[in-house]
Design a protein around this ligand. Sequence first.
Ligand SMILES: NC(=O)c1ccc[n+]([C@@H]2O[C@H](COP(=O)([O-])OP(=O)(O)OC[C@H]3O[C@@H](n4cnc5c(N)ncnc54)[C@H](O)[C@@H]3O)[C@@H](O)[C@H]2O)c1
Length: 363
Amino acid sequence: MLSRRDVLKTAAAMPALLQAQSPNDTVRVAVIGVGNRGSYDLKNILKVPGVKVVALCDLDTERLDKAKALVSATASGEPATYTDFRKMLDERKDIDVTIIATPVDTHKMIAIDALEVGTSVYCEKPMATTPQDVRLMVAAAKSAKGVFQAGFQLRHDPRRRRSIEFIHSGGIGDVLFLQGYRHTGDLPHDTPWYFDRTRSGDNIVEQACHILDLFTWTVGKHPLRAFGSGGINFFKNDPPGRTTMDNYAVIYEFPDDLRLEFSHIYFDPPGFSGVKERVFGAKGAIDLATATWMERDKKGEIKLDVPDAAEDSTYLSLAAFIDNARAHKTPLNNAESAAMSTMVAMLGRKAIYEKRVVRWEEL
Ligand SMILES: NC(=O)c1ccc[n+]([C@@H]2O[C@H](COP(=O)([O-])OP(=O)(O)OC[C@H]3O[C@@H](n4cnc5c(N)ncnc54)[C@H](O)[C@@H]3O)[C@@H](O)[C@H]2O)c1
């Protein structure tokens, strides 16, 4: 039997959050990486009730100062700042949750360390750049005291969530085919790691993972195999040293003879640009992003009723994260689901790079 001293010792060794589960307790947040995405996550986490941002970390001190000023101007007060995330995790014993928004190739190292010191982790998508790193992160999340949630915030987007619930409840009948595309201009050229496939995982992993996550959630299973083709046809050596594709198309085969087709183009003229996430079923087809569906034999669109449609998916995802961390609940976008979606993107990438049909078991 544990003595009172042992119980106190164990409690002292536990992360602060596990001792503070009341919904009224303040959740203390650290953000690592306050660049494009991290600063947006920061703005949103500051809106979540019961949250205090206690520490910020970035290699770039200008960004760090800007983020510090943003936090200091709120009720959260002045946060501590760090340029070394390891030092921050070692020094601060008051961090309940860590938000990670650094380049993809750093996720594994930072997320595992943040989980190991006992904080709950919200790590931006995709999980990592390689299947090996994804597996290490899933293992770390499994044995962690805190919860792990991935930044696949579109699972919290009210329209997409409603659409997928509608599909799961049989609204469009048996799912027969999924089709997605993302046709846009190029990514901002002032962020070099976006164009280095060893750092980003290439565009299918870093960018398309959102849509592939929605489709994987829709189907509820991973694909059996994939094939595809892609390359750099327009932005050759632009920016200099570019190794990421500027166009590709991929087809996945799921169990039950179900197919998913996805294409991604970065040289679309603005008028042609767009993002589509469509699911075709036996009774009709639905557009996930607008929660609009059409019945097979009837004319006219049907808009699903989405009462909270105007809510921002990033805010909802982060608010859910705080709730999950407090109550130790499994997130909708948890390590396993995020791993599967990231690996779906990696399956397509391998098929494209190796110009052959690649099976799931080969990852
Ligand atoms: N969920 C979404 O919709 C969404 C949107 C955009 C980006 N993202 C993801 O967010 C992450 C960051 O992307 P971004 O566009 O903000 O990139 P970014 O380059 O703008 O920001 C990354 C920041 O991390 C900092 N950094 C790098 N290594 C670090 C380290 N070891 N310790 C501390 N700070 C470090 C950089 O200095 C930079 O400020 C990526 O995983 C990306 O895929 C998600």
